[in-house]
Write a protein that binds this ligand. Structure first.
Ligand SMILES: Cc1cc2nc3c(=O)[nH]c(=O)nc-3n(C[C@H](O)[C@H](O)[C@H](O)COP(=O)(O)O)c2cc1C
Length: 180
């Protein structure tokens, strides 16, 4: 499978990156090819809602790094989103990528039929804190006709390294089995 991974944390040694790396390592061991985009280290703005998607030969008329991600997503069999919870919601760093998936729909691209998965974490112990990430990603997948095959949702992690006190990385590695 061709798997596109899109991360949303700005912390290179953080909890969601650790889970992302466990997932990618397991995926590559299983022979999948993985292409990863770290949204926080790319230039990706919001959607201008200009409705000119793909009218200028590229996904978005406003040219930034999203235009490198769009063709890779279109070519992928599966898309995996990884992120922390920021203020009960999706971090701004990755939200631009998600908003601009709109271009694939407006542009009439053959986007349906992919598998999708979510890896997310937050500080608070209450699992419902992750609803602000989980619910929009589930609905996004449903609208795009992507099958959400697995979710790794880890509450109770604040600082870098906290993920090692949980089974988050083990769960992230096991997610590969659900994609295949
Ligand atoms: C700007 C910001 C907002 C946050 N908002 C929340 C929140 O609403 N609820 C929560 O439980 N944790 C919140 N956190 C904590 C992170 O979700 C937590 O530290 C997580 O482990 C970070 O993941 P990372 O290491 O992959 O970046 C916030 C952290 C930051 C920096």
């Amino acid at each position: 499978m061709k798997i596109t991974v899109i991360t949303g944390s700005p912390r290179k040694h953080g909890n969601s990156f650790a889970m992302t790396e466990a997932f990618i390592q397991a995926a590559e061991q299983r022979g999948h090819s993985v292409q990863r985009f770290d949204a926080a280290f790319l230039k990706i703005g919001g959607c201008y809602a200009c409705m000119t998607c793909y009218k200028t030969g590229k996904a978005c008329s406003f040219d930034d790094d999203f235009n490198s991600i769009a063709p890779v997503i279109l070519d992928a069999d599966a898309v995996v989103f990884t992120m922390p919870v920021y203020w009960y919601s999706i971090p701004a760093q990755i939200k631009g990528v998600i908003d601009r998936l709109f271009s694939l729909v407006v542009g009439g691209k053959p986007v349906a039929g992919k598998k999708c998965a979510l890896i997310a974490c937050c500080e608070e112990e209450d699992l419902t804190v992750l609803d602000g990430v989980r619910i929009p990603m589930e609905r996004t997948a449903a609208l795009l006709k992507w099958e959400m095959v697995g979710e790794v949702l880890v509450p109770g992690v604040l600082n870098e390294g906290d993920i090692d006190r949980t089974d988050g990385c083990k769960q992230a590695a096991a997610l590969v089995e659900k994609l295949a």
